[in-house]
Design a protein around this ligand. Structure first.
Ligand SMILES: C[S@@+](CC[C@H](N)C(=O)[O-])C[C@H]1O[C@@H](n2cnc3c(N)ncnc32)[C@H](O)[C@@H]1O
Length: 215
C-alpha cells in the first residue's frame, strides 16, 4: 500500500486523492475539502460535537492524503492528528498546511495506529480511504484501533466501499473490499462499537456512524 500510494503521490497526488480533475490548484483543491467537510461535519454537529466546543476537541483523521480535508477540519477543531501510509502524501500535506499549527501528521504502517501517541480523541473521521484498502482484516484492525483511542461515547464516522464486488485482490490498492449493511454491523459489534446509522449502502460512498458505548 505504501509503495503504490507513494508512487501515486509522485505522479499526481491531488488527482489520486480526488480523481474528478487533474489540474487542481491550491484554491480548488482545498475548496473541495471545505465543501466535503461542510457536508459531512457541519451538517452533523449533534452527533460529532455532542455538546462540546469544537475548538476544544481533539480529532483523528485516517488517510489524510495531501491534506485536502485536514485543512478544513483544522479550521473547525482544536487539534487534528492525521495519519497516512504514504510518506510522499504526508510530505505534501505538511508543506501545504504549514500555516495550521494545530495539525500533527504521522506516517503509519498502513495497518494500525501504533504511531499515534496514546491520547484520548473526541471524534475520528475517514473518507475516501477504506474504499481503497484490499483487506477486511486491515479495516477491522483500524476500527479496533480507533475504538482504543476514542473517549467513551465518541463517534467514528467513516466511509467504506458499498458497491458489491468479489473480494478484491490483496495486491489491488485501488479497489478495496466492499461491505454490506450486515457486514458493517458485524464489524462494529466485533470491535466494540454501536453501529447507529449508515447512509449509502450498495453505493461507493457508504458512510457509517460507529459510536463507542459510554463508559
Ligand atoms: C484517495 S486518497 C484520500 C485522501 C483524503 N482522505 C481526502 O479525501 O482528501 C486515499 C489516501 O489514503 C491513504 N491510504 C491508503 N491505504 C491506506 C492505509 N492502509 N492506511 C493509511 N492510509 C492509507 C493513501 O495513501 C491516500 O493518501
Amino acid at each position: 500500500m505504501q509503495r503504490d500510494w507513494d508512487q501515486r503521490a509522485r505522479e499526481n497526488a491531488r488527482y489520486f486523492v480526488d480523481t474528478s480533475r487533474t489540474d487542481w490548484t491550491d484554491q480548488t483543491f482545498f475548496a473541495s475539502g471545505e465543501h466535503a467537510v461542510a457536508e459531512e461535519v457541519l451538517t452533523d454537529t449533534i452527533n460529532i460535537y455532542q455538546g462540546m466546543d469544537p475548538a476544544r476537541m481533539r480529532v483523528l483523521e485516517i488517510g489524510c492524503g495531501a491534506g485536502r480535508l485536514t485543512r478544513a477540519l483544522s479550521k473547525i477543531f482544536g487539534e487534528i492528528h492525521a495519519v497516512d501510509v504514504s510518506g510522499e502524501m504526508i510530505a505534501r500535506a505538511r508543506a501545504a498546511l504549514q500555516d495550521r499549527p494545530n495539525v500533527t501528521f504521522y506516517q503509519n504502517n498502513g495497518c494500525d495506529l501504533a504511531v499515534v501517541p496514546p491520547l484520548v480523541f473526541d471524534f475520528a473521521y475517514s473518507s475516501h480511504v477504506f474504499q481503497h484498502i484490499p483487506s477486511r482484516e486491515v479495516i477491522d484492525t483500524y476500527v479496533r484501533e480507533v475504538h482504543r483511542l476514542l473517549r467513551p461515547g465518541a463517534l467514528f464516522k467513516f466511509q467504506v466501499q458499498g458497491v458489491p464486488s468479489e473480494d478484491s485482490s490483496p495486491d489491488d490498492t485501488w479497489h478495496g473490499v466492499s461491505f454490506t449493511q450486515e457486514q458493517a454491523t458485524e464489524m462494529a459489534q466485533g470491535c466494540g462499537f454501536e453501529h447507529r446509522y449508515s447512509f449509502g449502502a450498495g453505493h461507493q460512498y457508504f458512510t457509517l456512524w460507529f459510536f463507542k458505548p459510554p463508559a
